[in-house]
Design a protein around this ligand. Structure first.
Ligand code: FES
Length: 101
């Protein structure tokens, strides 16, 4: 699909995570130390909304059962064989663009 505008940069200040939808698919967009990252917003455990989770030290925790995911790699902290997809991000002209599949 290529880079798609998903949010204004101001919507994702440092330390925040938001949920955005594109084509009905939820994505989690977060800001870790000024670096905006994007992950698929569906938890591989039971489908929890990762974009409604909490962010701490770059780790995104699912709001349903707190499984932790590295926001840079998508790898689950409980089981490295489990992960969620991560996508390249660009922040340009006050907007966040994500390279969506
Ligand atoms: S659905 Fe995400 S931890 Fe259970």
């Amino acid at each position: 699909m290529g880079f798609v505008r998903v949010a204004a940069a101001a919507e994702v200040p440092e330390g925040a995570v938001i949920e955005v939808l594109d084509g009905g698919v939820p994505y989690a967009v977060c800001n870790v130390g000024g670096e905006v990252r994007a992950l698929l917003g569906v938890c591989p455990h039971h489908g929890g909304p990762l974009g409604q989770g909490t962010l701490e030290g770059g780790v995104l925790a699912c709001p349903w059962h707190c499984w932790p995911f590295d926001s840079a790699t998508g790898i689950c902290g409980f089981n490295p064989d489990l992960s969620v997809a991560v996508y390249p991000v660009r922040v340009t002209d006050g907007s966040v663009f994500v390279d969506l599949p």
